[in-house]
Design a protein around this ligand. Sequence first.
Ligand code: SF4
Length: 733
Amino acid sequence: MKQREIAVYGKGGIGKSTISANLSAALAAAGVRVLQIGCDPKHDSTRLLTEGREIPTVLDYLRDVPKDRADIDRVLYTGIRGIGCVEAGGPKPGVGCAGRGIISAFEFLERNRVKEKYDILLYDVLGDVVCGGFAVPIRREYADMIFLVTSGEFMSLYAANNILRGIRSYDGGERRRVAGIIFNARDLPEEETRTERFAKGVELPIVARVPRSEAFAAAERQKRPVTETAEYPAERAVFRRLAAEIIAGLPLFEARPLSDEDLERLVLGSETDAKREERSVPAAETAAAAATVPGKTTATAEPRPPAARPALYGCAFTGAATTAVHLTDAAVIAHAPRSCAFFTWQNISSPGRKNLFHRGILMPSALSPRFECTEINRHEAVFGGTDKLRRRVKEAAAAKPGAVIVVSSCVSGIIGDDVLSVESLSTPETPVIVIKADGDIGGDYMEGIDMCLYTLAEKLIDPSVPPRPLSVNVIGETGVAYDLDVNYRTVKGLLERMGIEINCRFLGGARTEEVRRLTAAPLNLLASDGEDNQKLRAWLERRYGCRFLDGCIPVGFRETRRFLEQIGEFFDRKDRVLPVLREEQQRYDDAIRELRSKLAGKRILMTTINTNMDWLLETATAAGMEFVWVGVLNYLRKEMKITDFPERYPVIEEVADWPAVMEKIRRTKPDLVLSNYTSAVPPGDYLLDNMPMTQQAGFHAGIHTLRRWATLAKNEREGDWIRDRRLFETYFS
Ligand code: SF4
């Protein structure tokens, strides 16, 4: 006969294992070679076929034996009538992932080509949950005949309907492989009628009716299926008949699950003869299909509003871990597979390496943090990784870091590790803080940053600390930006000239102790004014009564002057402002004079996704340069303010696409092209420079940038900046 793979699904405790064993025995009695595979963590599917012996499960065996040395005969047992018996097994309740366990068991059986020796493979599967793992037997490459075992109880019918949904989502209505319902009576009032209503609703036959009978308990006491006893001919006949029909070829049907509403109405309600002409596909599919037809929408098919902010295409795990390492005295533990930690480490350390390359400075300590990984492997993915995590946390805590921070990944989230439980390992000196980021399940990169910041704030900030009246906090440095430390040092220097110190950087290279005393500073300064920082600001104001300076870390002469005036006002130190301003104005004017001699007359074309570009527009114009065109790439379709003085720069305009930029370059023939996307600009008769996403803070942001152009160009020596290949290529290599 043609090899068949039969899946018998049903709610836990409904009797599907007894039914599976009886069916296997009846098939074997008809001369078919049967392999029964129990896919229920309870691992008692084959007990009746092995005369009551408990056989080792695949997962228990693979737990101790490396897969390249595993021997299939240790888990494949021969039961009555030569029936092959395998139990997939599962982790202990509450840990790991039983679904993943089934996948591992199937892989093992495939590797050993077990299937080839049998005519029928019968999978006995728990149908309460149809997650990816439990759904393996109904994947296309496995079951080609599926039975649903159910009683007339609502939860049992509900599970049967869910299984149909699982099948439908694999088959999409294109394949017929559901053989029908096996009704396992419980002797409940009206249960047979209810099951018949359900069968009618899902358009499936009831292929067998197993009566409520003492025969099954009696056979169980004899440790064999009822079909193998002499006493119960009626019960035996049910399975022998079904086996014969399977061998002869049962008709197969499409999975047509009911909506929850229909299930309740048809099965529980009074509407016994409900008409379902309209329902040819599940409601959710109809809605989805309607949503793709222009002009046709339904209430459930409403498109979701666009996300409030652009996603950064990293996961919450990466965002949270990349942020957590800014707590410089903490040990950060990634509860993740090694690969997740590797890519995150690259993300953390690459800006530091760039700094090394470009500036010849050493990697700041914030960029070489204590970052470890529990290295969740195949084994923990199945059996759970909480114990391993606890061990790692204890080891890390033994070195007495300021805190141990655990960041969870997709994998720990999916297998349901109880990561929060390790917080109980906290001591007064070393708190253990869990960021339950759960990788991509938890959200995107930005959401991971938020999770980390808010969790650390909640766990560490101590509002009872005494005030430090002449100090400020810097808030929201977050991502490891190119200029993070440079900008911090600039702001710190400016504040020191005013006699003000930095109390805490939340979070950009702070010690645990500094975060604890965050509320000690009377004033806070936002590092940048992005949406997420504004949200953080509002939260800190609400939660801890923090006060914030208007604006954020200043860029350029005008903004920095205003910043110092505000600081002078707030701390009642106005007398210190004027001398600083005089000194810096003098330096600025000297620099402009020097740069004019090198850059005056050069024509700039700029494309930007940045806002607030006055620091550059003003300095370059003061040095005698000309902006021939400024194209604002407004990908987010939000208001983008480039300058406070639009009348001075009529060449600023929004640009929709990159070809328009190319056309402008061709037409205006600039000496210098500035862009956030230099790699998209082809080489030409112009100098090409990168527009950093993060600007350099302070009075001399523009001067710093112009100096680079002058250095790159060296036009005072060679008079031709296009030929200055050596410096140019070094810079971009
Ligand atoms: S999305 Fe998940 S698997 Fe990928 S890096 Fe993040 S945590 Fe790891």
